[in-house]
Ligand binder design. Structure first.
Ligand code: 5GP
Ligand code: ZN
Length: 115
């Protein structure tokens, strides 16, 4: 694990976070600066810098992250009205933390296209 990675440190318990879900592949926390009534980050337990670094060995992991997102959307009560799963990637994608994560945003209508 990269010792300077913010999300690796949260997963390791070295830094605090409001954890809402955990399994052998995924840790989910509430975003520290929520952009919607529900704003959860689904973190890969494995350090992968971004979607650009995902390999064939990670395909099951990616499926588990999305399945956890769908389950958490149900638990949060936003599944029926709908929600958004977002993976910002690289500079133009607006990624600010270089550890693979999926945003679960819900509880309000989402604009399209995103800014
Ligand atoms: P990105 O911009 O890389 O797609 O998403 C990073 C997200 O992590 C942002 O929405 C930001 O608010 C969130 N974030 C940054 N630092 C922390 C932190 O220390 N704790 C939590 N829970 N979220 C964080
Ligand atoms: Zn990391």
């Amino acid at each position: 694990m990269p010792s300077d990675c913010l999300f690796c440190r949260i997963i390791a318990g070295e830094l605090p976070a409001a954890q809402v879900y955990s399994d052998d592949s995924v840790v989910a926390i509430r975003d520290i600066a929520p952009r919607a009534p529900t704003h959860i980050l689904l973190l890969s337990r494995k350090h992968i810098a971004s979607v650009r670094e995902v390999g064939p060995e990670d395909h099951e992991l990616i499926g588990k992250i999305f399945a956890a997102g769908a389950e958490l959307a149900r638990r949060e009560g936003v599944a029926t009205d709908g929600y958004r799963l977002v993976v910002n990637t690289g500079r133009n994608g607006g990624q600010t933390v270089d550890h693979l994560h999926v945003h679960l945003l819900g509880g309000r209508p989402m604009a399209w296209p995103p800014g």
